[in-house]
Design a protein around this ligand. Sequence first.
Ligand code: EPS
Length: 390
Amino acid sequence: MRYLTAGESHGPQLTTIIEGLPSGMPIAEEDINKHLARRQKGYGRGRRMQIEKDTAEITSGVRHGKTLGSPVAINVKNRDWTHWTHVMGIEPIDEKDEEEIKRKITRPRPGHADLNGGIKYGHRDLRNVLERSSARETTVRVAAGAVATKLLQLLGIELVSHVVEIGGIKAKSTEMTDIHAIREKAEESPVRCLDEEAGIQMMAAIDEAKKNGDSLGGVVEVIATGMPSGVGSYVHYDRKLDAKIAGAVLSINAFKGVEFGIGFEAARVPGSKVHDEIIWDEEAGYSRKTNRLGGFEGGMTTGMPIVVRGVMKPIPTLYKPLNSVDIETKESFAASIERSDACAVPAAAVVCEHAVAWELASAIMDQFYADRLDTLIETINEQRKYAREF
Ligand code: EPS
């Protein structure tokens, strides 16, 4: 299974095309829209999110509510486009109008793709870089991930995301194990935090950062339950599923780190406190007494919940100016902005959830390929039975 995304932040629309879905899979625009709405929320978002109301329009690959097996195309309109029709127009413009229409950007923002992207593609108007490098693109990554989520649900696999840290404020580790209860609690919190007390402190920290013209990063966690064991492979580096997930998480805008289970803590404790003892019973088959490795051994799923955390740096678009250099004059200046999100960590948790969902669904399709949903379900159930009795 594969997908592409296209679209600029202030262009007419964003698009994703998904290829490789089985036929006969029920899917509706609402299955996507509910996740797009979750991504738009979160304490600390800026004014752009008041303009947008992200809504998916499926334009191919689905007939009467079910996938056909052909590519599924999904479009999401940018409402903000109406303010940018001239600046972001597709048609060529007269040189004499360039100055007025283009609103050329020659001042790269530190921490963004602006300068490197400009040099790389020869764009002396840095808008040509920032329009695509913008995290607006994560809208359609969530749309593709929402379709993957639907497929996973039909196979008995559920995902949830929550925020474990913002601006150095850490949530207490949760006692909750029921994924539905975790989901409910995360959705109730404006910062998607399961620890109410910490959530309040996170919001105060976001207010403080905003007041100071600053921004905050954090850590998000994604949990996935119900994955069959043995997905991915130890036999070759590029078939290890944890590595693929790590790559997907790091490809989210502003993500700088990733860990599974106890993660970096594994460097600090002996092996007896890292590895999970193996147990077996008739009903569940093989499982582990603990889940410190976060659902992976040897690049393969163990059947235990997958626990992935991603680190997001603070958004680099700051009201508090950082120094940079104008590429036309080579003079230094203090970068200032018109609008930004003081903190997008809660939204990024939803993006991360969908990035992980995509990798899980894609790995399942690679390993248990089926043209039809019904045969896919059968194959996965057989695999679960085989592994239980092995
Ligand atoms: C973003 C800058 C802001 C954010 C945007 C990501 O947009 P604008 O430049 O229009 O003010 O709101 O996020 C989204 C639009 C979104 O949908 O999440 C950036 O530079 O990455």
